[in-house]
Design a protein around this ligand. Sequence first.
Ligand code: TXA
Ligand code: MG
Length: 340
Amino acid sequence: MARQARDLDEALAALRAGGLVAIPTETVYGLAGDASRPESVARIFALKGRPADHPLIVHVASLEAARAWSSRWPEAAERLGRAFWPGPLTLIVPKAPAVLDAVTGGQSSVGLRVPAHPLTRALLDTFGGGLAAPSANRFGRVSPTTAQHVLDEFRAIDDLLVLDGGACEVGVESTIVDVTGARARILRPGRIRAAQIEAVLEGALDRSLAGAPRASGTLASHYAPSRPTFAFSGEGLAILLQAMADAGKRVGLIHHGETARDPVLAQAVVSRVQLPAAAPEAWEHDLYAALRALDRDGIDVIVIETPPTGPDWEAVQDRLRRATAHTAPARSATGAATKI
Ligand code: TXA
Ligand code: MG
């Protein structure tokens, strides 16, 4: 059975023996193994159930350590690494020849990140090498933001250690920036916003995603709960809640406004999480935990009241799109609301 690591030394010993350890980062928990050992990398893919052509991020202790994993260190990587590492940023750079194909999914680039969580920083400092670590969830599912989420996800797995570093500060995965081309591109939005990146680069990002490298986080339906999940706002939300009540469906609700407090509409709601209407960081911090809490027996459908849009909401809107991609039509029956 998966269990908590007693301390850093036990985690370190497991990694050095080729085993896997779930590690806390400031974004989400990662399922870590030695990035230079084929058997450790293979085990990560096997545990996650992840297709072999989806590359892993290599976590390293410092910007200096990151350079050794690349064959060319672009000026943009230097600037962004200096500005945001340690922190919730992953840089896609040309890979060094020694980087395992299994890590990069056969691509010529590698994703690198220096995480900020103190426990994992200490682990990386002592470990010395790179830790390949995707989010510690099964492929396509919601990322874990507590050690308990990881234990829940991999309960049946023997010899998996979980290093408990508390609840993740950010709560959504790192911003991924591809700096292999002439202009940098964001492949996945996160806590570090586009405007912050443009300020550091002193230039505009390439906003087109055509020809983007494969990134599993860029699949339409990813980070999804197992229950049907819908996101609506305003009148569309009211219509949906009414329809759920009429159909006898039990709703788990994430909301920010008062519509969902209407006693008639709230009939179907058996569990609710309220998040602040004007705080994207709070949504980032709590969204995955809320989705996990509502994705359980006794709930038929998860309904999310769509939060605002805008530059600071890109990470939240991106994860909501993925969480709902497998179910809702583009518009409600009445056309009153557009799915985010
Ligand atoms: O915050 C995070 O980034 C977390 C923590 C654990 O660091 N990790 C994470 O890993 O979210 P993962 O594997 O769940 O998502 C990493 C994304 C994937 O979509 C992967 O395809 C993409 O990064 N990626 C990795 N290397 C890449 C590369 N060379 N080119 C394009 N995308 C890459
Ligand atoms: Mg993931």
